[in-house]
Design a binder for this molecule. Structure first.
Ligand SMILES: Cc1cc2nc3c(=O)[nH]c(=O)nc-3n(C[C@H](O)[C@H](O)[C@H](O)COP(=O)(O)O)c2cc1C
Length: 191
C-alpha cells in the first residue's frame, strides 16, 4: 500500500470528503482507506497505556492494538480529510494519532531525545472544510504538520481548505468548485 487515506469525515454528505475523493481520483486511485467512523477508536486510558507499554518493552508489535500503527508505517503518502471542529480536529483523528505514535514501531529516539522515523511516510496532505474562517493559532493543520515533521521527518506537507461554507449567503457550489479545482491541481503536482 502506497497511499493511506485517513477519513475523519463524519456526515454522509460531507463536503470535506467530496474534496478528498476528487484529490484521490487524480492522485492515486489505488489507495487504502481507513474510515475512522467505522473503527473502534477511543482515547487512551490507563489499562491500554500499561498494556501497550508492556508489549512495546518486549518488542512485540503483533497485538491487534498496533494494527493502525503498522498500517501507517507502511504508507508513503498520508492523505487525511476532516472537518474543522471547534477550531480544531475531529476527536477521532486525535484518537488515531494516539495509536500510531509508538516508539520502537513507527519512530524511535536517537541521542536520547531526537525523534527519527521508522515509517515510510514521505508526503502528507490534509484536506479540511470550515463553516467560517480558520483562525490563526487554531489547533489543526499547524499541529499535524509539526507532528508529522518531528516524528516522521515528512517535509513534503500540503494543506487544502475550503472555508466559509456555512456563512449566511455563502455560494457553496462556487466554493466547492474552486476547492475541486485546487484538489485536482495539487494531486497532479504531487503524484
Ligand atoms: C461540532 C461542530 C463544530 C464546528 N466548529 C467549527 C468551528 O470552530 N469553526 C468553523 O468555522 N466551523 C465549524 N464548524 C462547521 C464545519 O467546520 C463545517 O460545516 C464543515 O464544512 C463541515 O464539514 P463536512 O461538510 O465535511 O461535514 C463546526 C461544525 C460542527 C458540527
Amino acid at each position: 500500500m502506497k497511499t493511506l487515506f485517513v477519513n475523519a469525515c463524519i456526515r454522509k454528505d460531507s463536503r470535506t470528503l467530496k474534496i478528498a475523493r476528487e484529490f484521490l481520483k487524480h492522485f492515486d486511485k489505488d489507495y487504502e482507506e481507513l474510515d475512522l467512523q467505522k473503527e473502534d477508536l477511543r482515547p487512551l486510558n490507563e489499562a491500554d497505556l500499561e498494556r501497550r507499554s508492556e508489549l512495546a518493552m518486549k518488542g512485540d508489535f503483533s497485538d491487534p492494538y498496533f494494527r493502525y500503527a503498522r498500517q501507517f508505517r507502511e504508507a508513503e503518502n498520508i492523505i487525511i480529510a476532516g472537518p474543522y471542529y471547534d477550531l480544531s480536529l475531529p476527536a477521532k483523528l486525535k484518537d488515531w494519532i494516539e495509536t500510531i505514535n509508538i516508539v520502537g514501531l513507527t519512530f524511535h529516539y536517537v541521542d536520547d531525545d531526537e525523534p527519527r522515523t521508522l515509517s515510510n511516510g514521505k508526503k502528507l496532505v490534509y484536506i479540511m472544510t470550515s463553516g467560517g474562517t480558520v483562525v490563526d493559532h487554531a489547533y489543526g493543520w499547524g499541529y499535524l504538520k509539526t507532528m508529522f515533521e518531528v516524528f516522521y521527518e515528512i517535509k513534503d506537507a500540503h494543506y487544502l481548505c475550503a472555508e466559509k461554507l456555512d456563512l449566511q449567503g455563502a455560494d457553496v457550489d462556487k466554493i466547492l468548485e474552486k476547492a475541486f479545482k485546487e484538489a485536482k491541481e495539487l494531486a497532479e503536482e504531487l503524484r
